[in-house]
Design a protein around this ligand. Structure first.
Ligand code: FDA
Length: 394
């Protein structure tokens, strides 16, 4: 068969691109090896899809070329997607500032995208294996489990490597290499961190305890909740920092963000000298964590009245509370990561049309590219924006 455009990947970017290209009058065929479209969308946002962030500024994305995302994000903004969501009658809620989630279920987001594709006349072929993608003069030829397909252009929208059970594969990177594009090293991002040895046991004993923290690393600072897990640390702050953390590096975690613990402790010593340090800890931290600190640091006068604790000892406690230092042993890896850091280098791709420079019949959109958003709806906004920009240029 012959079509104008084959899009490989019926995920967020691929479906968005397919609908837009279909509306523009192109004959579009979307191929996916999975048996369902938009599997990651269904899983996203805890089943309620954080589909955009109203503050989707380029500064919220990581890439070797931080300018690459600017053009598409400027042209297709969160308001545009919200308008589409409203047109389809999907109810949504702003769970945290700027972060919009489906009020009911992520299924509504997949339904919206499939409806758009249907209205636009874009065909979707699931459970389809793609054996090869070759250039044939000005167009492209694919060998698939559906047979040979000739296409004016092929758009690679195969996403990243996270959660292989949802259909993730390195196919997009293989195609990039086949056509001479550089693929930057990939690693899991927005992923829980693991601990080893006694710290793993300690975290495990606190599993389920969550508290607001600030974590700083490599020039980035995230002030969001942290969650202890059986394997280590998770919660928004740890997912965020995982994207910029490298194995072997230690993290400094402020367990009392925006509070100078030394000043607080000195004030408490002056106003409530008989109070035990352990009781003060229990007032400022979740009870289970306060109790654990008492057990972890038995020599640190936790059962002494504050009046008996020297400035030096208070300083040591302030250091523990404001600069708690831990060295994660690793991450939970692709099994649970939300995104892929790195990917197809943007150097050889146009930020306006998403075509490979010098080869307009091949394009890359969405997460397969070396553009990765922070936690909070940015990754979907990138998928929508890159999909639309590519479709408009087809
Ligand atoms: P996407 O992964 O959506 O789609 C790729 C498609 O390509 C898949 O359908 C796959 O089957 C297909 N494919 C792969 N290899 C293939 C091959 N060889 N042949 C054929 N087809 C192939 N982001 C956000 O903004 N808000 C959120 O709430 C969340 N939550 C979230 C939760 C979880 C658990 C995960 C794993 C991820 C998120 N994300 C997120 C990230 C977000 O899901 C992700 O960035 C986008 O889905 C990326 O869109 P793409 O279309 O690029 O890839």
């Amino acid at each position: 068969m012959a079509v104008d455009v084959v899009i490989i990947g019926a995920g967020a970017a691929g479906l968005m691109c397919a609908a837009q290209a279909g509306y523009a009058g192109k004959r579009v065929l979307v191929l996916d090896h999975a048996n369902k479209a938009g599997k990651k969308i269904l899983m996203s946002g805890g089943g309620r899809c954080n589909f955009t962030n109203m503050d989707a500024a380029p500064g919220h994305f990581y890439s070797q070329n931080p300018h690459f995302c600017i053009s598409a994000l400027k042209r297709y903004r969160p308001e545009h997607f919200v308008e589409l969501v409203e047109r389809h009658g999907v109810e949504y809620v702003e769970k945290a500032p700027g972060q919009l989630f489906c009020a009911d279920s992520s299924k509504e987001m997949v339904r919206l995208l499939l409806t758009e594709c249907e209205w636009a006349g874009a065909e979707i072929s699931l459970s389809t294996r793609i054996d090869s993608v070759e250039r044939e003069g000005e167009s492209m030829r694919l060998e698939t489990s559906r047979g040979r397909i000739d296409a004016g252009a092929v758009v690679i929208a195969t996403g990243g490597l996270s959660i292989p059970t949802l259909g993730a594969s390195g196919f997009g990177y293989e195609i990039a290499r086949q056509f001479g594009l550089e693929v930057l090293p990939t690693r899991p991002g927005l992923v829980p961190l693991t601990l080893s040895g006694s710290w793993k046991e300690r975290a495990g004993a606190l599993s389920g305890v969550s508290l607001p923290v600030a974590v700083e690393h490599g020039g980035y600072r995230f002030e969001e909740p942290m969650l202890f897990t059986h394997r280590g640390l998770s919660g928004p702050s740890m997912l965020q920092i995982s994207s910029v953390w490298e194995p072997g590096e230690a993290l400094e975690i402020d367990l009392l963000p925006r509070c100078a613990a030394f000043d607080l402790l000195r004030e408490a010593r002056a106003s409530t000298p008989k109070r035990l340090l352990s009781s003060w800890l229990g007032e400022h931290l979740p009870k289970r964590l306060a109790q654990a600190l008492v057990e972890w640091y038995p020599q640190a006068q936790t059962q002494a009245p504050l009046a008996e604790i020297s400035n030096e000892a208070l300083e040591a406690w302030a250091e523990r509370l404001n600069r708690f230092t831990l060295k994660p042993s690793g991450t939970e890896g692709w099994r649970t990561a939300e995104v892929t850091m790195g990917g197809v280098s943007t150097d050889a791709v146009s930020s306006k049309t998403f075509e490979v420079k010098g080869m307009p019949q091949l394009r890359f959109i969405g997460e397969v590219l070396d553009v990765t958003g922070r936690l909070g709806g940015y990754n979907f906004q990138w998928a929508w924006a890159s999909g639309v920009a590519c479709a408009q240029a087809l």
